[in-house]
Design a protein around this ligand. Structure first.
Ligand code: FAD
Length: 646
């Protein structure tokens, strides 16, 4: 029997980015004793890297904006595959969440008359992104952390203990959500420095672990994004929704190789930056798809006039949704009109005075100066698509953020699916984190309180099996049985091969034979990963951490590849060269991924056949009053025949 430290909480939040922190604040404010656990240092989450801003229809810069317009833009951006109730709640509640941040101490950039300034971003009809220069995520996390500290100070005054009701466990990784009789009863975790195992017992667990980008070679994401929360939910029995939709941001750095993939914020284009090919042509005018034709400028002159007079001109096509711009850049490079290092040119230097660039885009200025020796006030940047965000995720109930099928499990933020449909608009993630982080914390606290004396208990067998799974990489040499037999494998080599496979075969443009090849390669990697071995001890052992993360990346990658092969159309972040158009018959179809072994075990699963089973599900029809927000002619472009008929 394992002897591991156990602590009891009401709610455990896994992840301390915007979604996790907002969930924890809400749960604690509603009376739940709440633990937050995060893999990295407290404060170092993806949210801190967010640059451009947070989307909320506050109408500070253009009084025409309101939640209905934001809802419309979000549904258009997601090509109508969004879980519409989430998109509705998001558009309605985002302004309150931004104002609330200000009451907690956030300081956004201001308009001349002192209101929160809002900037333009792709796919948003009006200037809508509240921002702090290009360091918005930093301010968001700083404010949420400050709120947590203030709650802890309140608790100290009452109980004499800062951590009596809200405690942060930093640099700790959760490897399993534990269950008793189908209900959540806690999490199994280890300290990254010491390797010590421990269990946090709680009837409600909120997963807020962010995305999956580290399964791809070129990505804007950092080391933490190994799809842990997606895998934790799957292993606990909760399905993942529409995992084929991965967003490739159009503008990542392409040079030098060591920084390839690092994000170049969309604010560069929002503030006037233009894309050019090697002939000096503003090529985006050639790539306006039919569904957007009436909303985007046809000439450079009109596009340029829009910055000063948006009411009488249409926006430039550089501000099309990200999926459109990424595909256009890809096509230009493929046609041989790319920049010297395989991207295209993004230029602000000829569009704004140097001091304005430095004031509005300070991080970009320093990023290029320090990493690429490029002065963006004097020359163009070279940029190309980079894996940035996953729209697919844990299937959740829209109002409560409860994960489907697993009582006590909740998910919010990038790890949750549905909100963004097939493609997320820039700025809609930060608002999503706050809106649904709050809802997840609220409903998790309510759920835990409702159980009163009937809480599920963690049994030792589960702890032992989670511990054995985590220790497995130290005894990899013993794995000699067929079909997994062979010498120990280096987790770094496996990771590189996985990233290359996903990048090359399930990347921005997809083809059936390549995805089939990817699934074969994933099967091979799964077998080899069973022998992913590490040397040394549990203390300070990054190889061991990666060996554990590989389980998650392989699971998630299989979900992406299987769903991408199944969806025979192109929509949003999913582009099929062999099925280039958007197919209305697919509009109402969600793809759900679940484990082939429903007990959550991986060992019993046939390693060759795969670990993931796909099912199709028809989506709920969009409510009539929400459909009434669109012109009929526009709906014809998106809705299925039967929906139009209804
Ligand atoms: P995160 O902020 O990433 O937090 C995840 C947390 O989970 C971390 O604390 C991590 O340590 C923890 N974690 C992960 N796995 C485990 C585990 N196994 N055990 C314990 N803890 C774990 N969006 C916008 O709306 N506007 C922008 O301007 C914008 N700019 C961006 C710029 C960049 C460079 C990037 C990468 C993204 C940007 N995004 C932007 C997207 C947005 O930042 C993210 O989608 C969002 O921050 C995700 O927040 P989250 O709370 O879901 O996850």
């Amino acid at each position: 029997m394992s002897v591991v430290d156990r602590q009891e909480w009401d709610v455990v939040v896994v992840g301390a980015g915007g979604a996790g922190l907002r969930a924890a604040i809400e749960a604690r404010e509603r009376g739940a004793r709440t633990a937050v656990i995060c893999k990295s240092l407290f404060g170092k989450a993806h949210t801190v890297m967010a640059e451009g801003g947070i989307a909320a229809a506050m109408a500070n810069v253009n009084s025409g904006d309101n939640w209905q317009v934001h809802f419309r833009d979000t549904m258009r951006g997601g090509k109508f595959l969004n879980q519409w109730r989430m998109a509705e709640l998001h558009a309605q509640e985002a302004p309150q969440r931004v104002w609330e941040l200000e009451t907690w101490g956030a300081l956004f950039d201001r308009t001349k008359d002192g209101r929160i300034a809002q900037r333009n971003f792709g796919g948003h009809e009006y200037p809508r992104l509240a921002h702090v220069g290009d360091r918005t995520g930093l301010e968001l996390i700083r404010t949420l952390q400050q709120k947590i500290v203030s709650l802890q100070q309140e608790d100290f005054r009452e109980t004499g203990d800062y951590e009596s009701r809200l405690k942060v466990f930093q640099e700790c990784t959760v490897t399993r959500v534990l269950k008793e009789e189908g209900r959540v009863c806690g999490v199994f975790a280890y300290e990254r420095e010491s390797g010590r195992f421990f269990v946090l017992e709680a009837p409600a667990v909120v997963i807020a672990t962010g995305g999956i980008g580290k399964s791809f070679k070129v990505t804007s994401n950092s080391w933490e994004y190994t799809g842990d929360g997606h895998a934790l939910a799957l292993l606990a029995g909760a399905p993942l929704l529409n995992m084929e939709f991965v967003q490739f941001h159009p503008t990542g750095m392409v040079w030098p190789p060591s920084v390839k993939g690092i994000l170049v914020t969309e604010s560069v284009r929002g503030d006037g930056g233009v894309l050019r090919n090697s002939d000096g042509k503003r090529f985006m005018f050639d790539y306006i798809p039919d569904v957007f034709k009436d909303k985007y400028a046809e000439t450079e002159e009109e596009g340029d006039r829009w910055y000063d007079d948006p009411d009488h001109n249409r926006r430039p096509p550089e501000l099309l949704p990200r999926d459109e711009v990424a595909r256009a850049i890809n096509a230009e490079v493929k046609e041989g009109r790319g920049s010297p290092h395989g991207g295209v040119f993004l230029d602000v230097s000829t569009r704004m005075p140097a001091e304005v660039i430095k004031r509005r885009l300070p991080s970009m200025y320093h990023q290029f100066k320090e990493l690429a020796d490029v002065d963006i006030t004097a020359e163009a940047m070279e940029v190309g698509p980079t894996c940035h965000y996953v729209m697919g995720g844990v299937a959740v109930e829209s109002d409560t953020a409860a994960a489907r099928g697993v009582p006590g499990l909740f998910a919010a933020g990038e790890v949750a699916g549905g909100m963004h449909g097939s493609n997320r608009l820039g700025g809609n993630s930060l608002s999503d984190l706050l809106v649904f982080g709050r809802r997840a914390g609220w409903h998790a606290a309510e759920y835990a309180a409702g159980l009163a004396g009937a809480r599920p208990v963690v049994d030792d067998v589960q702890i032992d099996s989670a511990a054995a799974e985590a220790l497995r990489p130290f005894s990899a040499e013993a794995e000699t049985e067929e079909p997994a037999g062979g010498p120990p494998e280096n987790p770094y080599t496996l990771h590189q091969e996985l990233q290359q496979t996903m990048n090359d075969l399930v990347g921005i443009i997809r083809r059936a034979p390549e995805m089939e090849q990817a699934l074969e390669k994933l099967a091979e990697l799964r077998l080899r990963a069973r022998r992913a071995g590490v040397e040394g001890h549990r203390q300070f052992n990054p190889g061991w951490h990666l060996a554990l993360d590989l389980r998650n990346m392989l699971l998630v990658s299989e979900c992406v590849a299987r769903a991408a092969l199944e969806r025979t159309e192109s929509r949003g972040g999913h582009t099929r060269e062999d099925h280039p158009g958007m197919d209305r018959a697919w509009r109402r179809i969600n793809l759900l991924c679940a484990l082939t072994d429903p007990t959550g075990g991986l060992a019993a699963t046939d390693p060759v056949r795969g670990q993931i089973a796909l099912t199709r599900e028809t989506t709920e029809p969009v409510r009539a009053d929400l459909l009434a927000l669109f012109d009929k002619e526009e709906l014809v472009k998106y809705l299925s025949e039967e929906e139009l008929y209804e």
